[in-house]
Design a protein around this ligand. Structure first.
Ligand code: ZN
Length: 162
């Protein structure tokens, strides 16, 4: 059973938007579906990347902030948002943007304060593998990384041949 977005509210403080939940969730629980009615081919501040060349407008979920130690996961294969750990009532929800975004339209500096903070949030493309491997990553991000690694392999083989 998929819960709805009704438990989620947008809170605005000093023009800074946060997405807060009115109910608690257990780790692994589905919080809501990810909207998929409005799909575009370029990322914006209001979209989440769902395949290599598709981005969906996520409605209320666009208020989700980035965290390097997030409490939710966006599962873009099953189009659901899942609790990454137990979440309390009135807690802000956040996810790791590079888990879905290969190259973001509006990069920014992260001040989340977690010990593994990546600082520059610009998409998975700009992070070392050693950083990415510590995170849950969407299938399209994992596939893009594997493609790049395969290209590296071909490149190395060509170098050896010459
Ligand atoms: Zn951070």
């Amino acid at each position: 059973m998929v819960s709805t977005m009704e438990a989620l509210t947008i809170r605005t403080e000093n023009k800074f938007r946060t997405l807060v939940t009115k109910q608690s969730y257990r780790k692994g629980e589905v919080i809501c579906s990810i909207p998929s009615e409005n799909i575009v081919d370029k990322p914006t501040r209001f979209t989440v990347q769902i395949t290599k060349d598709r981005h969906t407008h996520v409605g209320k979920l666009a208020a989700l902030n980035h965290s390097c130690d997030p409490n939710v996961i966006l599962d873009t294969e099953h189009m659901v948002m899942i609790a990454r750990r137990d979440i309390n009532k009135n807690e802000e929800l956040s996810f790791f943007y590079p888990a879905t975004e290969w190259e973001m339209q509006a990069p920014f500096i992260c001040l989340c304060g977690s010990t593994n903070c990546i600082h520059v949030v610009a998409g998975a493309r700009f992070l070392p593998l050693s950083t990415l491997e510590g995170h849950y990553l969407s299938r399209h991000i994992r596939e893009t990384i594997i493609e790049l690694l395969n290209h590296t392999d071909l490149h190395l083989k060509k170098l050896q041949e010459t």
